[in-house]
Write a protein that binds this ligand. Structure first.
Ligand SMILES: C[S@@+](CC[C@H](N)C(=O)[O-])C[C@H]1O[C@@H](n2cnc3c(N)ncnc32)[C@H](O)[C@@H]1O
Length: 363
């Protein structure tokens, strides 16, 4: 297998391609990305057979910023006949030796308006395909969350890519998108950005300890309060920092203290803050620097923040800001875990999470 499929936000194919190219080079896997603007996906063509599997095993999926999903392509079918699409699908897999037996089936499309029209068909098609794949032994008879995932991605009616991803190195979500419901009482839609960040960055089994009731959070650039809402609904207390107005519903909870101050100058009154979150619309290098300063001073243990992307050179800006921030933390003897992702609810921005593991710098 020579091709890898990566899903991304429509309009970010160039960034996704730049990233996969860099990561393949680092593994000495040679190839090139095929990019179609606004298609919602990138294909990476390796020169050597077997290299697609190497990439989806060895590139840590969590470390990719712009890819929502990554899988090795086993076959491409361009004109499936409408009266029997399943037989050619099965036949295309028959010729392959190395297709793993899968524990889950996802029939998907890229996330574009045109492709999304196919979703109804994908849903209907899933049941007979699952049965046929089980019959031929490509799928286990029962769903297995730890076994590889079989992906069929329809880019047009009758045109699909068939492949697989590894359950320990992929996005667990259909189309790489967590489905979240907008909470009716949240003050802004951006609330879903922070909620998605929790789903992507914090393992569910750790939510009770890392997003625990009674913790203190600081929200820089908080108004009208969508991010603060996420902390408040988890029974945390929040310093909300912003010159604007906070939603009354949040202030009424008694869990929020509103500071009408500059987020770059705010200092928490007590050093008991677990979470620092920040959605200020500011130069990304400035925000990254500020987050570094908070963590080095020991003012917070974990942070989730947005880096707003520039119009041009988005990938380079992101790489530079993250590299500088890592260097700043390492130089100051902070041990940490970092992950950055272009989330589904992000537009011209990415979201970064840092967890401090140890900090021996003098505060
Ligand atoms: C995208 S909005 C935040 C939305 C918020 N996260 C929510 O979910 O409702 C950005 C906010 O950053 C605030 N902001 C920008 N620069 C700031 C600064 N230097 N200090 C404090 N707030 C700032 C703006 O006033 C604005 O309310």
């Amino acid at each position: 297998m020579k091709q890898v499929m990566l899903y991304c936000r429509s309009g970010f194919e160039k960034e996704c391609a730049g990233e996969i190219q860099d990561r393949a080079n680092a593994l000495e896997v040679f190839g090139f990305p095929r990019v179609k603007n606004n298609s919602g996906y990138v294909l990476f063509e390796c020169y050597q057979a077997g290299d697609a599997d190497k990439l989806i095993r060895e590139i840590d999926f969590q470390s990719l910023i712009f890819a929502r999903q990554m899988f090795a392509i086993a076959s491409e079918l361009e004109s499936l006949p409408a009266d029997d699409r399943i037989t050619p699908l099965l036949e295309s897999l028959q010729e392959l030796e190395a297709f793993p037996r899968c524990g889950d089936l996802r029939i998907e499309t890229p996330d574009t308006n045109e492709a999304k029209e196919l979703l109804k068909f994908c849903r209907k098609f899933t049941v007979p395909v699952r049965q046929a794949m089980r019959g031929k032994g490509y799928l286990f008879n029962k769903e297995h969350s730890k076994k590889p995932v079989l992906h069929i991605c329809f880019v047009k009616p009758g045109h699909c890519f068939v492949g697989y991803s590894y359950a320990n190195n992929n996005s667990p979500f259909f189309m790489g998108i967590p489905r979240l419901k907008f909470p009716a009482d949240a003050p802004s839609r951006s609330t879903l950005k922070l909620e998605e960040a929790f789903h992507v960055f914090i393992p569910k089994e750790e939510w009770d300890t890392r997003l625990a009731s009674g913790m203190w959070g600081v929200d820089l650039g908080a108004c009208p309060g969508g991010w603060t809402y996420q902390l408040v609904r988890r029974s945390m207390f929040v310093h909300a920092v912003d010159n604007g107005m906070m939603a009354d519903s949040l202030m009424d909870t008694g869990q929020v203290k509103h500071h009408q101050e500059d987020g770059f100058k705010f200092e928490p009154p007590r050093k008991n803050v677990t979470w620092l979150v920040c959605d200020m619309v500011e130069k990304p290098s400035r925000v990254a620097q500020l987050m570094g300063e908070w963590l080095i001073r020991g003012w917070a243990k974990e942070t989730i923040f947005n880096l707003k992307l520039p119009m041009k050179g988005r990938y380079d800006e992101v790489l530079e800001d993250i590299e500088n921030l890592k260097y700043f933390l390492i130089e100051n003897k902070v041990k940490f875990k970092i992950q950055a992702k272009h989330l589904y609810h992000d537009r011209e921005e990415i979201t970064v999470h840092i967890q401090v593991l140890s900090n021996i710098s003098p505060h």
